[in-house]
Each structure stands twice: as structure tokens, then as C-alpha cells.
Design a protein around this ligand. Structure first.
Ligand code: COA
Length: 166
């Protein structure tokens, strides 16, 4: 059985692992190896993730983890970007555990938190051509809004903005 809880320091190693493995598996055909490894070392290192587990606010609601026993099999987090607007900032799974409903449980936890804070709309950014992410968001009711340059590298694959009412 999968349980979704707010992440605690003992989950940091598992979050780093699912986000790094998930990121590599997702973007292997979409980004250069150099870009992938830079993002992973900047964002999914123990020090940064521990800070993001220990410090939360409405801007960053902290990580939620999906646990199978005591193993972290997925991680997600988001925050408020306006009084009634929330955003999913990150969601990754152990790549061998996709399509079991775990992503929906994680999205549900982030969404409940944002609804408690007054959100009625929820946004997400997804890399154009990310066929491991886009069908999930569309299945959960997100609707395409616009296309933007990649925030880290304007020459890289474009980013798509999606939103849904919650
Ligand atoms: C996106 C992700 C978190 C979704 O989690 P998941 O546990 O695989 O998704 P679920 O099993 O909860 O699926 C929910 C719905 O999405 C649909 N879906 C998910 N991935 C799909 C895919 N690749 N193609 C078609 N449908 C898909 C499922 O069929 C399901 O629909 P239903 O509820 O109508 O039956 C996970 O697949 C993942 O880690 N992907 C790679 C990382 C990624 O792209 N993250 C997003 C970065 S922006």
C-alpha cells in the first residue's frame, strides 16, 4: 500500500534518488546530458533538498513523499503564486513505478494543501514533448495555455504552461 505524507529529514535521500532517476529517465531524449546533470546537481542534492524539507511556507509548501513501506517511491511539491493560485513545482516517481496511481496520490496531496490555502486554480509547467508528463496532466484535467522559452536556457526545448480549476 502506498502512503503519501509530508516529507521529513529521513526522506531526503529517497527524494534525491527518485528526483534524479526520474529526471534522467524523463529527459534523456529531450535535453543534453550536460543540461540534465547540471539540473540534477543544482536541485536534487542532499543539502538543498534538506532545506526544502525543513523550510516551508505558502510559497513552497514542502515536499510530499509517496512511501511503499519505508521506501520513497515518489516526491512532489508546490506552492502558492497568488491569493487563489497554486502551482505544482515538482513531481517525480521511481521510473519503475509509473502508471500505478502514485502520481495522482501525490498531486492530490499538493492540491489539498493549496485548496486549504485558498487556491481555486492550479498551474504546472511541462517541457514540450515530455510524453511521460503531458498525458498525466491532461488526464487530471489540466488544459494547455501557452508556450514559453525554457527558463534556464532559451535555446533548449520550450516549456508549456497548463492550468486547471481545483
Ligand atoms: C507524471 C507522473 C508523476 C505521473 O504519475 P503516475 O503514477 O505514472 O500517474 P497515474 O498512474 O496516477 O496516472 C494518472 C492518469 O494519467 C494517465 N497517464 C499517466 N501517464 C500517462 C502516459 N504516459 N500516457 C497516457 N496516459 C498517462 C493514466 O492513464 C491515468 O489516467 P486515468 O486516471 O484516467 O486512468 C509519472 O508518470 C512520472 O514520474 N513521469 C515522469 C516524470 C515527469 O514527467 N514529471 C513531470 C515533470 S513536469
Amino acid at each position: 500500500m502506498i502512503e503519501v505524507v509530508r516529507a521529513r529529514p529521513e526522506h531526503v535521500e529517497g527524494i534525491v534518488s527518485v528526483c534524479s532517476d526520474g529526471y534522467r529517465a524523463t529527459y534523456v531524449d529531450l535535453h543534453t546530458q550536460e543540461y540534465i546533470e547540471k539540473v540534477i546537481s543544482d536541485f536534487y542534492n542532499d543539502e538543498r533538498v534538506l532545506k526544502e524539507v525543513e523550510n516551508s511556507s505558502k510559497d513552497w509548501g514542502g515536499y510530499f513523499v509517496a512511501l511503499d513501506g519505508d521506501q520513497v517511491v515518489g516526491a512532489a511539491g508546490g506552492g502558492m503564486t497568488g491569493d487563489e493560485t497554486g502551482e505544482l513545482f515538482v513531481i517525480y516517481l521511481d521510473p519503475t513505478r509509473r502508471n500505478e496511481g502514485i502520481g495522482s496520490l501525490l498531486l492530490g496531496a499538493v492540491t489539498d494543501q493549496q485548496k486549504d490555502w485558498g487556491a481555486t486554480t492550479q498551474w504546472v509547467s511541462v517541457v514540450k514533448e515530455n510524453q511521460k508528463g503531458i498525458p498525466f496532466y491532461e488526464a487530471r484535467g489540466f488544459i494547455f495555455q501557452s508556450e514559453q522559452d525554457n527558463w534556464l536556457d532559451a535555446k533548449a526545448t520550450k516549456t508549456l504552461r497548463y492550468k486547471r480549476e481545483i
